[in-house]
Write a protein that binds this ligand. Structure first.
Ligand SMILES: Nc1ncnc2c1ncn2[C@@H]1O[C@H](COP(=O)(O)OP(=O)(O)O)[C@@H](O)[C@H]1O
Ligand SMILES: [Mg+2]
Length: 439
């Protein structure tokens, strides 16, 4: 009930006064609380504004916020640095004043489009700067209010020159990297070529020295027959000729002659076979996919490596007759040579060094295990062995590309190369290839 404010004499009663005073008090303290709240919010806003300003000023791109009428609301980022003191952009100015005349219409169209579609658009545009028209890569995005309606657009730009120079720096370092990589790949190729040549040289040396020794013998035999024929020519009598034949051991020489010719022929044939092998290897390097016997290829590869090394290693093969795989035998031979070479390398100091090659079939694949009884791959190196350029060998000895190239070749064949097992007892790599059909 509203207290009666006036008594009959027309003055305020005490109760009425105290109600008024307490109402004033309440209103006042509510005002104070409201004022405090406002101040706190103001301080918060101020802090936020300073924070935003410092963030915006350290953005390396230029920022322009415009409304729907293309009027600049705010600027920030590197805008002053990009435009220069004479072309500063001020809030309230039209955004198309920033760009060269012939691009004004285009900019307005893009802003309209972004506001309508609420989707960002990127364009290249020339802005007026103290240094003259400068191309900018400009991304125009929509500025939305809290209800998701377009209120204008935010333009973020960066001089194309900076982008181009950053890009060309990137290109240059990429090219340098590729060059270095190519160099290393060439080194690895030379290293495997070196191994191959060492093997071939060793292999050729035997039959050639054989041929050489036999031609020496043939020379000696020829001069004996010459002496005899001269005696015949000069009319020596029968007895003298018989004695001379005895003296020159012509009967034995004749027998040896045949042997020497056969030996020289054998040696020459061996040389021919080796050359044929090499010819096939290089022809098979041409990229043709065929069905081939993995066992034979593995054997040839291991033989080439072992012949070129001074490390005494016992190499054994297991896997029966033919195991046909599908691929490029020349490339697969490269993989096996790399694996065997790595095994030989870790066995250099080892007594009773052994390498075991096993070929077997599993489902639609043919597998090759190359196992050694070396010290194993160090635990910390296991995840890296297939990485290009990863090597634990001294400079000049290892390129770290053997396994990564082999891995790539295996994958190109639709197969795989994995580190199957390693430990103090030795290491085993497993090569998987698709099985080949009957040739
Ligand atoms: N059979 C193996 N036993 C132990 N470590 C091996 C074996 N094969 C490869 N590795 C390790 O993997 C590394 C990379 O081999 P690879 O790619 O062929 O390069 P590289 O032989 O030039 O070092 C070798 O340096 C070695 O540390
Ligand atoms: Mg290697």
């Amino acid at each position: 009930m509203i207290p009666e404010a006036h008594d009959r004499t027309g003055t305020f009663s005490d109760a009425a006064w105290s109600d008024v005073i307490s109402a004033v008090d309440r209103t006042y303290s509510e005002l104070v609380a409201y004022q405090e709240q406002l101040e706190a919010q103001n301080a918060e806003l101020d802090e936020l504004r300073r924070f935003m300003a410092s963030v915006l000023s350290s953005v390396s791109d230029l920022l322009v916020v415009v409304d729907q009428e293309y009027v600049i609301e705010r600027t920030g980022g590197a805008i002053d640095r990009v435009l220069g003191p004479k072309h500063l952009a001020h809030p309230g100015a039209m955004v198309d004043d920033l760009v060269v005349d012939e691009m004004r219409e285009k900019l307005r169209c893009v802003i309209d489009q972004v506001i309508a579609s609420q989707e960002a658009v990127t364009l290249e545009i020339d802005v007026m700067t103290d240094a003259g028209p400068t191309p900018l890569e400009l991304s125009v995005g929509p500025r939305l209010d809290e209800r998701g309606r377009s209120r204008g657009a935010v333009l973020v730009g960066r001089p194309v020159g900076e982008l181009r120079s950053a890009y060309s720096d990137l290109e240059a370092s990429h090219a340098a990297l590729k060059e270095a990589q190519g160099h290393l790949v060439r080194n690895e190729k030379l290293a495997s070529l070196g191994r191959l040549v060492a093997g071939v040289a060793h292999e050729l040396n035997n039959p050639i020295s054989f041929v050489y020794a036999n031609t020496h013998a043939l020379e000696k035999y020829t001069s004996r027959f010459e002496t005899y024929f001269e005696a015949v020519q000069s009319g020596a009598d029968r007895n003298a000729l018989i004695a001379l034949r005895e003296e020159l051991k012509l009967d034995r020489t004749l027998k040896n002659l045949r042997g020497a010719i056969d030996g020289a022929k054998d040696g020459a044939e061996r040389v021919r076979d080796i050359v044929e092998d090499l010819r096939r290897l290089s022809a098979e390097g041409s990229g043709e996919t065929v069905s081939f016997d993995l066992m034979t290829t593995a054997r040839t590869a291991a033989d080439w490596v072992i012949r070129g090394t001074k490390t005494p290693v016992k190499v054994s093969f297991e896997g029966g007759a033919t195991r046909l795989a599908l691929g490029n035998p020349g490339h697969v031979q490269q993989i096996v040579m790399n694996l065997v070479q790595n095994a030989v390398d870790v066995l250099a100091e080892k007594e009773d060094a052994q390498i075991h090659l096993l070929v077997f079939e599993q489902d639609d694949t043919v597998l090759l295990h190359v196992a050694d009884n070396g010290p194993g791959v160090p635990t910390e190196a296991v995840p890296s062995v297939f990485d290009p350029f990863f090597t634990t060998k001294p400079v000049g000895k290892g390129t770290g590309l053997g396994l990564s190239i082999s891995h790539k070749i295996a994958e190109e064949h639709g197969g795989a190369l994995i580190l199957f097992d390693t430990g103090p007892e030795g290491t085993c790599f497993e090569l998987t290839l698709p099985a080949g059909g009957a040739t």
